[in-house]
Design a binder for this molecule. Structure first.
Ligand SMILES: C[S@@+](CC[C@H](N)C(=O)[O-])C[C@H]1O[C@@H](n2cnc3c(N)ncnc32)[C@H](O)[C@@H]1O
Length: 403
């Protein structure tokens, strides 16, 4: 059912790879610097104010750059549209909502409204099991909540007990396969924001254990042990795209509005990281980017020199630090502008990439004999990871029980 859309997305992402398949920090110039000079010149000519404006309103940029990238589709192109499930009001009593923050409650109540089945529920990577508890109460279904952290299992168990609901917790690391047996043909597996490999394991397990229904809202595609993304559907496996872990982050990279102090700090952090990179390239006569791990933000309130010494120690680098580091900060400023311009362009591919990943998951379930539906289950403001894959087993596919 989704084959055609997946192929269209795949062609789109493949043919325009140069505009999104890069890690901006590793580049001192645009990856398309030589192949699309007009676009490069347009971006270089943007003032800081214009840059900020387009960062805030990226859709306004489309009209200016579509002439430079012929096949570029706008953010609201029909190919990227997903139907929204009707938002139904939850009639849950106040005591069931206690201790669940506003947006979390909106997420779980919207998700729970879409769970329609007669089967007992297995809640995959449940956290405190808020979703499971609501489904349990609302649909009067027994719920087994599988969660790795014992403390969350204990908290969830206490709540269920207090509310006298048939929800039980199983403390298990799903990646070891210990939870596989909970997935069986007489269950409905639900997974709200089980990261990367956690929901992939469930999809893989569905092929073997054939739960009657699945409802999965994927997130954090980059939290995986795969160095290069291995598509899970047969059609996905025919794709020429090679997407590494860093690039998977692009799929969840939509800018979130942060407070002024936080954005000032992160701007400075990026600048210092780039300035250190310029310095180490100069001192060590290398062209290789030097990534730094995360560090205490207090370092940003000190001097750049102190940051340099910390970075050298952290990366076990030895070189003589020049007396003046201004030149590296200047170079970093120029490079940061290029990085931001690269991000302006790659933002156009965030949604297509996430959809490509979600369609791949949906197609894998289709390969396993499921009828699949993809829709958004709540508003993007409630959670940007608002896509829901609903799958219902319709056929037993013979000889398809292997890995
Ligand atoms: C992003 S949270 C989602 C929790 C819950 N479904 C929700 O939406 O509120 C992911 C949960 O997966 C759990 N988790 C992480 N690794 C796991 C593993 N290997 N096995 C089982 N649960 C795991 C975490 O402890 C965390 O509670």
């Amino acid at each position: 059912m989704y084959n055609k859309t997946f192929l269209q997305l795949d062609n789109y992402l493949t043919s325009l790879q140069v505009y999104w398949q890069f890690e901006a920090f590793h580049y001192s110039d645009y990856p398309w610097a030589e192949t699309n000079i007009a676009l490069s010149e347009f971006l270089d000519a943007l003032s800081d104010l214009q840059l900020q404006h387009y960062q805030q309103y990226p859709d306004l940029l489309y009209a200016h750059i579509k002439g430079f990238i012929n096949q570029l589709r706008p953010f609201d192109d029909a190919l990227f549209m997903i139907k929204a499930l009707p938002a139904l009001e939850s009639d849950a009593p106040f005591w069931l909502k206690a201790g669940i923050k506003g947006r979390k409650w909106s997420q779980i109540s919207a998700f729970a409204q879409q769970v329609n089945s007669p089967y007992p529920i297995v809640e995959w990577c449940a956290g405190k099991g808020h979703l499971g508890r609501l489904i349990c109460w609302q649909k009067q279904l027994a719920v087994t909540s599988v969660e790795w952290q014992q403390t969350l299992c204990d908290l969830g168990t206490a709540e269920a007990k207090k509310m006298q609901l048939p929800q039980t917790f199983q403390q298990t690391d799903v990646l070891t396969g210990e939870a596989d047996n909970y997935i069986n043909p007489a269950c409905h597996a639900v997974a709200l924001h089980a990261c990367g490999d956690l929901h992939l394991h469930l999809i893989k397990q569905a092929k073997k254990n054939k739960p009657a229904q699945l409802s999965i809202s994927p997130c954090c595609y980059h939290l995986t042990t795969q160095t290069i993304y291995q598509p899970c559907s047969l059609l996905g496996q025919t794709s020429a795209l090679k997407i590494n872990k860093q690039l998977l982050k692009l799929a969840v990279s939509k800018q979130v509005v942060s407070g002024k102090r936080q954005s000032d700090l992160s701007q400075q952090e990026v600048l210092w990281r780039l300035a250190f990179d310029e310095l180490q390239k100069h001192a060590l006569k290398t062209k290789n980017y030097c990534p730094l791990p995360s560090f205490p933000k207090a370092l940003l309130s000190g001097q750049f020199e102190t940051f340099v010494l910390w970075a050298m120690e952290n990366k076990s680098l030895t070189f003589v630090v020049p007396n003046s580091l201004d030149i590296f900060l200047q170079q970093a400023k120029k490079r940061l502008k290029k990085v931001r311009c690269m991000e302006l362009i790659s933002q156009f591919f965030v949604r297509p990439l996430e959809l490509w990943l979600v369609y791949d998951r949906a197609l894998a379930l289709q390969d396993s004999g499921y009828q699949v539906n993809i829709a958004s289950f709540c508003d993007e403001q409630v959670t940007p990871r608002n896509l829901l894959i609903q799958a219902q087993l319709i056929a037993k596919i013979e000889g398809n029980n292997d890995d």
